[in-house]
Design a protein around this ligand. Structure first.
Ligand SMILES: NC(=O)c1ccc[n+]([C@@H]2O[C@H](COP(=O)([O-])OP(=O)(O)OC[C@H]3O[C@@H](n4cnc5c(N)ncnc54)[C@H](OP(=O)(O)O)[C@@H]3O)[C@@H](O)[C@H]2O)c1
Length: 233
């Protein structure tokens, strides 16, 4: 079985890669920075020598690079069993005064990346009549908060996309899961001054995704909502 993970060099993406690797999946990984991506691949290859791991860097905020990623994956001629649209970044701000271009950056990185990559790959899943797409949303996909600004709006868009896709894919036996994660301790939060213990672990999110991927073809986990035990930060 094959899994494609965007934003796989660190954080959630790396934790998801580790868990699926430990369960025998072949990994197809991407993120923006080639050095961190290859470092992650090297680490995974050492720990899981029995699986196949391929990785290539693309900046998914750029449409033409999303196309290149889609072409690379389709050219490998593998069955596309699981796609995790996880790549994303956070720029804090408020609608009324965030710098010009923030909305466009957030939409390109957090929404259009997943939209265009899915459109490139989903016809193959529809044809094989199997597959599972996970879209990494956020509590900020349904709840506005101070300093959320363009990030939160882009994650609302991703959730809207994910819900529509779920409806569309029902007759094609392709599953779609929207993951609404609360705060988990990754590089996104490093330097926030809040102690790591207050957060969920990236591995918690990975475990929920893995569990949802293991159900029979007759069931689809539509939504996963996770929060730190003490609630939102
Ligand atoms: N951590 C949380 O509390 C939290 C909560 C809710 C939702 N999320 C969402 O979960 C996802 C992962 O978050 P994380 O905390 O694991 O983040 P992270 O540690 O900052 O890692 C982000 C990953 O996305 C990649 N990425 C960022 N911009 C990219 C671009 N333009 N093109 C390609 N790859 C790009 C990064 O690649 P490079 O290493 O190359 O930069 C990295 O692999 C994000 O979508 C985030 O919004 C996180």
């Amino acid at each position: 079985m094959n899994i494609i993970i965007t934003g796989a060099s660190r954080g959630f993406g790396k934790a998801i890669a580790e868990l699926f690797a430990a369960n025998g999946y072949d990994l197809y990984l991407t993120s923006r920075n080639e050095v961190t991506l290859y470092k992650a691949m090297e680490d995974l290859t050492t720990r899981f020598p029995e699986i196949k791991i391929k990785a290539r860097a693309f900046d998914l905020s750029k449409r033409e690079q999303v196309n290149s990623l889609g072409n690379w994956l389709l050219g490998l001629d593998i069955s596309i069993d699981i796609l995790v649209n996880n790549a994303g970044s956070f720029e804090p701000g408020s609608v009324y005064n965030e710098p010009e271009g923030t909305m466009e950056n957030m939409m390109n990185t957090n929404f259009y990346s997943a939209y265009h990559l899915t459109r490139a790959l989903v016809p193959a899943m529809m044809e094989q009549r199997s597959g599972h797409i996970f879209n990494m949303c956020s509590i900020a996909s349904f709840q506005a908060y101070k300093n959320g600004g363009a990030y939160s709006i882009s994650k609302f868009a991703l959730a809207g996309f994910s819900k529509n896709l779920r409806e569309e894919m029902k007759p094609f036996a392709v599953k779609v899961t929207t993951v609404y994660s609360g705060a988990a301790y990754t590089d996104s939060w490093a330097g926030s001054g809040i102690e790591a213990q207050r957060f969920m672990k990236a591995e918690d999110v990975a475990q929920m995704i893995f569990a949802a991927s293991q159900l029979s073809a007759r069931a689809c986990v539509e939504d996963i909502i996770l929060r730190p035990q003490l609630g939102d930060i």
